[in-house]
Design a binder for this molecule. Structure first.
Ligand code: GRF
Length: 217
């Protein structure tokens, strides 16, 4: 089967884009990134795409009168590139219901919490404030509601005594970079599929051990 064609939508730093680019560079990885779109002309992630030789486009949301017009311009580029899946990676704009409908089942996002807890912004700060002992990240299919949709995979990390916003964010981000390529592979391989409101795996996807924090003796 030919590799799946992936587009990645970014707004900033692009460390998850980098993780996906690195994964796609491996000969046995079943996907290729064919297009990177940023809504911000100065997004650092654009340089990563350039260095990897991937086509990039800036579609500046400020050039459009409505959200729908912007989304349609993005969709048009995605259609023209004949992409199979669209990965949001730090893309900081809500997408309109029309866009989400068109790409439903092919639109994937990563969020730095164990959804459905802590949707929205300033997630790591809010987790620290709430005193949670286990944080993490989620890769999920996108539905019209913010940070919602069938969950493909999650990674958990402990919140440690003395954690700061930076140290916790860094610990979560490290797992994001492992989780996103892994989840995309499961989807592209057809080993994980949407079934109603959830994602089901083939039997071959093995579970991991538990994370208990603070650890039990
Ligand atoms: C990540 O924490 C991701 O979970 C969230 O936005 C951040 C993007 O970081 N959606 P980067 O641009 O991929 O480095």
């Amino acid at each position: 089967m030919p590799d799946a064609k992936i587009a990645v939508l970014i707004s900033g730093r692009g460390s998850n884009l980098k993780a996906l680019l690195d994964a796609c560079a491996a000969p046995d990885y079943p996907a290729d990134i064919v297009l990177v779109i940023s809504n911000k002309p100065k997004a650092a992630g654009l340089d990563l795409a350039r260095k990897a030789g991937v086509t990039q486009a800036v579609i500046d949301h400020r050039d459009f009168e409505t959200r729908e017009d912007f989304d349609e311009a993005v969709s048009e580029r995605l259609r023209a590139a004949k992409v199979d899946y669209v990965c949001l990676a730090g893309f900081m704009r809500m997408l309109s219901p029309g866009f989400v409908d068109e790409w439903r089942g092919r639109l994937i996002n990563i969020h730095p919490s164990l959804l459905p807890a802590f949707r929205g912004l300033h997630v790591q700060e809010r987790m620290l404030d709430a005193g949670v002992k286990i944080a993490g990240c989620t890769v999920h299919f996108v539905s019209a509601e913010m940070d919602a949709g069938p969950i493909i995979g999650q990674a958990a990390v402990p919140v440690l005594p003395g954690d700061t916003l930076e140290s916790l964010s860094e610990r979560i981000l490290e797992q994001e970079h492992r989780l996103y390529p892994q989840c995309l592979r499961l989807i592209v391989d057809g080993r994980a599929r949407i079934s109603g409101a959830v994602v089901q795996y083939d039997a071959q996807v093995e579970g991991a051990g538990s994370l208990i924090n603070p650890p039990v003796d």
